[in-house]
Design a protein around this ligand. Sequence first.
Ligand SMILES: [Zn+2]
Length: 287
Amino acid sequence: MMKLTSILSVASYIATASAALGKTTWLPELGPSLNPGLGEKLPFKASTGNNPWTTTIPQVCQDTAISNKCKPSEMEVFGVTYPDCAKPWVMCRCSKSPMAQQTIRDVFGEVPVHLRSTVRHVMAFPTPDGKGCHAYASSGDIVFFGDCANKTAPSVFLHESAHTRDKNNYSKNTILPAVNSDTCVPDNYANTNEVEDFAQLMVVHTHKLVTGSSPKPTDCMSHQMDIMARDWSASTLWPATCDLSVKPPNSPSVNKTDPKNVARWASEGSAPTPPEGVQLEDFGVVV
Ligand SMILES: [Zn+2]
């Protein structure tokens, strides 16, 4: 019954959030214009810890690996510490991912600590054809397929982290009314629905905060930008430390080589596969 309830609630969320916004666009696509400034100016926290998990893996990483045909022996699990947070993030990388461990650690260290606080696990897998970037956010986890970022192109990490903060809630209650007062949204992808609009607004807004400028005036989406400025000031996005009260606890750890799990690993999977009810996002070629 629990499961049915959760499926119904996801389905009803999709029904309310799937309406295209139907606005004009500020830019066709954000990444090419905003990534250079973000890469140069976002405050960067270098990770300091490297704590490899050799025998265990968070349950959600294992389930995601099984769904995406990455073997237990190919799953790298590691705890990553940043100087602004007392607790590490446990990340899971398939060794076939084109994003190196160091890249994932570095780009996540560019995400404002307030948004990082709401992320549970970061995962990285390859794409079947070796091209482009797909991603999704679910239950506080952000999952990447393919080459989604590097230190000078952090926009997709910012976008997915914004989803974990939003929880499909802020965007609906606060952003959508502002959209209705504006003529444009940040880009074509933001037009998908208010959830994507908020994630892209976070990219535009943080770019404006850290560079002090925008590539063009934002008048056509001034209500949205005013709300972003009101609710996501620099002191909100970059407090001195992470907020441990909102940092999700790790998914329970399980044994990588449990025969039951190895059998599942061998029999299931086709990549990339998000959990039921979660939309896989196509970001095309990012880097
Ligand atoms: Zn998104």
